[in-house]
Design a protein around this ligand. Sequence first.
Ligand code: WT7
Length: 635
Amino acid sequence: MTDNNFNPSVEEWYYPDENVRATSNAPDYDATYTKAMGDIESFWAERARSLEWFEPWDKVLDRSGAPFFKWFVGGKTNIAYNALDRHVKTWRKNKLALIFEGEPGDKQTYSYWRLNQEVNKFANVLRSMGVKKGDRVTIYMGRIPEIMIAMLACAKVGAVHSVIYGGFSEQAIADRVEDAQSRVLITCDGAWLRGNIVPLKETVDKAIAKSPIVETVIVVKRTNQPVNMEQGRDYWYHDLMTLPIASPRFETQVMDAEDPLFILYTSGTTGKPKGILHTHGGYSVYISTTLSWVFDLKDEDRWWCAADPGWITGHSYIVYGPLILGATGFMYEGAPTFPYPNRWWKLVEDYGITVLYTAPTAIRGLMRFGEAWPNRHDLSSLRLLGSVGEPINPEAWKWYHRVIGKEKCPIMDTWWQTETGGFMITPLPSTALKPGSATRPFPGIDIDVVNEAGESVPPGTDGNLVIKQPWPGMLRTVYGDPDRYVRQYWNTYAKQGWYVTGDSARKDKDGYVWIIGRNDDVIKVSGYRLGTAEIESGLVSHPAVAEAAAVGIPDEVRGNIIYAYCILRSDYSASEALIEELKEHIRHQIGPIAVPSKLEIVPSLPKTRSGKIMRRVIRARAMGMPEGDISTLEE
Ligand code: WT7
């Protein structure tokens, strides 16, 4: 249960250790915040100068086409140049970029040199297959080093990657491939999860049957079970990588700062996912600055962001951010509890992880198994911890702090979104913490909590979380749908020109922000973002369903779970078998993460007179709570 709206008394402050404070890279928060807000352009320009540019920019921020903002206009760069090429010119070529452990226990390491060689080889392969600057390449893979190689190779070629999380189903892939008009797809035979094989290639085959635009499929061999390889369409990665064309030398494509780097689909308030578009220039500056200051990465660190590269967290803080900083990252393929619930803690000990970044749902899930599992391991290498994806309830925060961090690791609770590119509201290592609050905005970020009229609400009052100034890591548009970009993010406070986050929040008397949750029809299930409309349109695409409603219900471990209600067409009747069939249908339409925990067949749904489903009433009923104002209800 997310009891995050509780406001701790003075005793609940957690002050960082003197040592953490004294050794951190981050500048003093108050002074830097004030200075940055005085002149955001100079602030970000100074940060941008820590990267290498082929040519400098003429203008830091172009507001003329607002809300289509442009950053570092005229600057020439490539994020992969900053992540790889510039490091292999220095001693850093010998440093580990990536340490990997597979779920079965296999191990791999990549120095910056080796990673760059592999990326170059694959970039040559892609180019030889006709992939050019601006082409969209879909990536649907497990959590293995080759997913990073694939993303970085796309960046080097100047292609735009669209990574689809491996938990999505064939229909979700087909829709995204179609939306991006992507002719090349990179996948694996399978991925290891809980000792089983997730049959990625099989799912891709089904997706391509629905969306035949894909002409080329490149398959990484990971799990070794037999898969269908279609002559002339499907190629083994390891075969391509040994061809003479796969030279380890590649000239990284020069890109404009504003050229697109990737599309990442995320759920919104309609059934159709939005392709969030990020760029090479501003995004590089934003994610490297935030990662450096918030997680304070140093050369001796071993950084583990336990997210999946298929989410924004992975894009920004597994792949691009750590590499730009020249850090050593760790990646683990499988489930946290495989073969036993100590797997993560064993990995921390085995690899001497110093900074761990994960999601509240994972912490709550592992917490259930008790302290004996982490206590079996030496976790003393850890110096900082992080949390992302949903509000962390104080109980989980304190467990993470005491049992994992041994009361010496500050917890960086980072609030941000796919759209923001990087951390927006977050502590720095020196920040005094309150469990459950993401604390204050990052320097250069102008956030506020406002009412419908756009007035700042007083401390302790709920309101809409808005961002009042552009920032370099912001999304640039919704791919192929600029109107949706404007409508979704900028129309609510069009007069003021503010970005609306879709979250409700409150500030306390110290200016600390407490995120309450989404105030739109987006549900967070185990940190995954799902739209009620997406689940509903998945359900009504089944011939038995006339109408459907999905709502999020609070859950102890997963934050929220989905309850769905369906009205059947007249020629169908309710049965256990049909309910199972509908759940299976969602598994194929969206993926296992979207399968409702409870699915009920109902004769009617509460609606307004205009026919809009009242999810608020459904939720209240499902939770056995008062229904609130039902004056508009016409059932
Ligand atoms: C939504 C964005 C950012 C990467 C992963 C999620 C919720 C995210 C926090 C946090 C409270 C959080 C918000 C936000 N959220 N981080 N630290 N505290 N809520 O990205 O899938 O785009 O979801 O996640 O509701 O709007 P996403």
